[in-house]
Design a protein around this ligand. Structure first.
Ligand SMILES: Cc1ncc(COP(=O)(O)O)c(C=O)c1O
Ligand SMILES: [Zn+2]
Length: 406
């Protein structure tokens, strides 16, 4: 049988095992759990290999057999190129982890890794006939999904907290989205969206993990890391965790690669990083729990991490336990200090969420959980340029006739 563009076979429920048709628009399982996309990996393994991938364009669609879009012509793209996996020698030395690497997602369309989920999610939704999407967001996902929706000729309805970064609001509005702010948090936005979708036929609710394909886009972070290391896994992957989709996606990617036989060796230890002002997954991990409890009064400068209760918390925790990973909380003070350190030592202006990852490495090295010999990949999930408000720069203003100090 010739290899189709996608090897997608079906959807299944990781909680109760129900199997569902992947060629219809689906939300969550009847049991409430997110659904995961499954592929015919034995067919992929028998017909495609790393050498085939190597000859393809350097964007996330190079892994198309492992993505859900059935026809290449249906791909909605804004040029979501592979992102650099950068050595961080000076920051690594400062942290006592010389083998430090950063996957820099700030170069993607709309400036964050959210473009991956949006590119794949919108492409697949459009392929299945969806013409309007609705979602709550902490800002960056809304910016990405409204951009890809515009590119696909789809309508979008976006609801975000009033505290979300102002630039995301502007991006959504510019893309022609119907945008609302809610004087609350992302869960409040989610309730408003669910209610609106119930009253608006034709809108698909694409809330985090309430549709199965955003995670497939985020999975490509894991595929790229393995390929960029020469089809090998790093020792540790550190991920700033809000809803946790990226971490679940990376874990899924690495397991699929192991099953394909494209990589060997054990899985990396996965680390979920949260902000001290909103750390439900860390609290659950420390208690050895299977699920998290809603975090009261959530607040952090790393706004994307303000998720008091994630639908996929049990999947994040499972990935941490299964890989011998851990979960750590870092203060805003620590993450903002490391945002500055990364720019000063390496020249990269990263987002506060990504900076939380470096603050976590600092903490884990001090506690001995990380050693000097570890190869550690930190995900910088977005560019610092979209958060002008968190990095105040006090610089002198000179009169035209003034002079610069000697
Ligand atoms: C820049 C940034 N990093 C990380 C996250 C958390 O992502 P996830 O939902 O994959 O945990 C977000 C979510 O809004 C974000 O905007
Ligand atoms: Zn189920």
């Amino acid at each position: 049988m010739p290899m189709p563009y996608s090897a997608l076979s079906h959807l299944d429920c990781p909680r109760c095992g129900t199997r569902l048709d992947a060629d219809r628009v689906q939300g969550t399982c009847a049991c409430g759990s997110p659904l995961l996309a499954r592929y015919d990996l034995s067919q992929v393994a028998s017909q495609v290999g790393p050498d085939d991938i190597a000859g393809r364009p350097a964007d996330l669609w190079r892994y198309h057999e492992l993505l859900p879009v059935r026809e290449g012509a249906r791909v909605v793209s804004l040029g979501e190129s592979m992102t650099p996996l950068l050595a961080m020698p000076r920051m690594g030395r400062a942290l006592g982890v010389p083998g430090l690497l950063m996957k820099d997602e700030g170069l993607l369309p709309t400036g964050t890794f959210k473009a991956r989920g949006a590119a794949v999610g919108v492409s697949r939704a459009a392929e299945l006939g969806v013409t309007a999407i609705a979602m709550p967001t902490n800002g960056n996902a809304g910016a990405a999904w409204s951009a890809y929706a515009a590119r696909a000729g789809m309508r979008s309805l976006i609801v975000m907290p009033v505290g979300a970064p102002a630039v995301a609001r502007a991006e959504c509005a510019a893309a022609g989205a119907e945008v609302y702010l809610v004087d609350g948090l992302i869960g409040d936005a989610g309730r408003l969206v669910a209610e609106a979708v119930g009253r608006r036929p034709g809108y698909q609710n694409v809330t985090t993990l309430r549709e199965p394909y955003r995670i497939e886009g985020k999975k490509t972070m894991g595929l790229e890391i393995a390929e960029q290391l020469g089809w090998r896994m790093p020792g540790v992957i550190v991920y700033p965790t809000g809803g946790g989709v990226g971490l679940i996606g990376i874990y899924k990617a690495l397991r699929e690669l192991a099953e394909l036989g494209w990589v060997s060796g054990g899985l990396p230890r996965l680390v979920a990083v949260q902000a001290a002002g909103c750390a439900p997954i860390v609290k659950a991990f420390q208690a050895g729990a299977a699920e998290s409890e809603p975090w009261p009064g959530a607040k952090t400068a790393a706004f994307g991490l303000t998720v008091p209760k994630a639908l996929g918390d049990f999947l994040v925790l499972e990935a941490l336990y299964a890989t011998g990973g851990t979960a750590v909380a870092v203060t805003d003070e620590a993450l903002l200090a490391d945002q500055r350190e990364v720019a000063r030592l390496e020249g990269s202006f990263i987002c506060p969420e990504g900076a939380a990852g470096f603050a976590a490495v600092r903490q884990l090295r001090a506690s001995g959980w990380l050693s000097e010999a570890d190869e550690v990949v930190v995900l910088n999930t977005g560019t610092g340029l979209i958060y002008p408000e968190v990095m105040p720069a006090r610089v002198p203003v000179l009169p035209p006739c003034g002079s610069i100090p000697p």
